[in-house]
Design a protein around this ligand. Structure first.
Ligand code: FES
Length: 138
């Protein structure tokens, strides 16, 4: 694995992002609350540019009518068909091919966790910040 310097820390303000080309790959580097995350700039659905998507958080509800906005700026929404991915893990938030509206039974339980399916994940890369530079490790 090689560390590739991609930007000065000041090039990507908190809440910002930067598309870079590293070793022949298009990568988008996000800066969220002091940490840097890198995703392939290619949606696993049909290749949409994740660098051009809206950056959002999660809206969760444990009981009806009581919503909580959390994980601010940690979700990227693909601009083509709005699939959403966790910026830290690349994991898809929703699998639209399998999630259906039909549901009758109800129960009290834990809040649902994110879908865990590697086939739906955007590619992630490790990042390091050191001496004013951001590195992507490939
Ligand atoms: S290409 Fe990203 S959701 Fe379709």
């Amino acid at each position: 694995m090689t560390r590739h310097p991609v930007a000065s820390i000041s090039d990507i303000p908190d809440g910002g992002r930067l598309k870079v080309d590293v070793a022949g790959r298009s990568i988008v580097v996000f800066h969220v609350d002091g940490a840097f995350y890198a995703l392939a700039d290619r949606c696993p659905h049909q290749g949409g540019p994740l660098s051009q998507g809206d950056q959002i958080g999660e809206l969760r509800a444990t009981v009806p009518g009581q919503h909580q906005y959390c994980r601010r700026n940690m979700i990227i929404r693909c601009p083509w068909h709005h699939w959403e991915f966790d910026i830290e893990t690349g994991q898809s938030q929703i699998d639209p091919a399998r999630i259906k509206v039909r549901r009758f039974e109800t129960a009290v339980g834990n809040a649902p966790s994110c879908v865990a399916d590697d086939k739906l994940a955007a590619t992630t890369f490790e990042t390091v910040k050191e001496e004013g530079l951001v590195y992507v490790i490939i």
